[in-house]
Design a protein around this ligand. Structure first.
Ligand SMILES: [Zn+2]
Ligand SMILES: [Zn+2]
Length: 125
């Protein structure tokens, strides 16, 4: 039981520390430093529980493996780096998406995914 609590805590802290959407492999990499012998199956299981408990949201990008992020962040979008495959938050939002809506349609939500190189990758390529 105590081991489970420690694993869960390390996984939560990985999200709080990085403050960006993380894939299971990234969570494993980050939490492993805190919990010896942490395995990918444990990470999967804990992430599923944290989603069920409403602590994490699933971020599904087109053609990508799912990432997870802290729930309740407010309206934001994502930037996917094609070089390192990391996903970052974009906090600004174009105010003009409503101009794209066909006449008679009612806009209820929108998703914007930007792609390219993150600052770190842009600096080395
Ligand atoms: Zn990058
Ligand atoms: Zn928006």
């Amino acid at each position: 039981m105590e081991r489970n609590t420690r694993q869960r805590g390390a996984i939560r802290r990985a999200f709080q520390r990085t403050n960006r959407p993380l894939g299971t492999d990234e969570v494993l990499e980050l939490a492993r430093g805190e919990v010896n012998g942490l395995g990918i199956a444990t990470v999967y299981r804990n992430i599923r529980t944290l989603v069920d408990e409403g602590w994490l949201d699933t971020v599904q990008l087109p053609g990508g493996s799912p990432r997870y992020e802290l729930r309740g962040k407010g309206h934001h979008h994502h930037f996917h780096c094609s070089h390192c495959d990391r996903v970052f938050d974009v906090t600004s939002c174009s105010g003009s998406v409503h101009t794209m809506v066909p006449p008679g349609f009612v806009l209820e939500r929108h998703l914007i995914v930007l792609g390219g190189l993150c600052a770190e990758c842009a600096a080395i390529t």
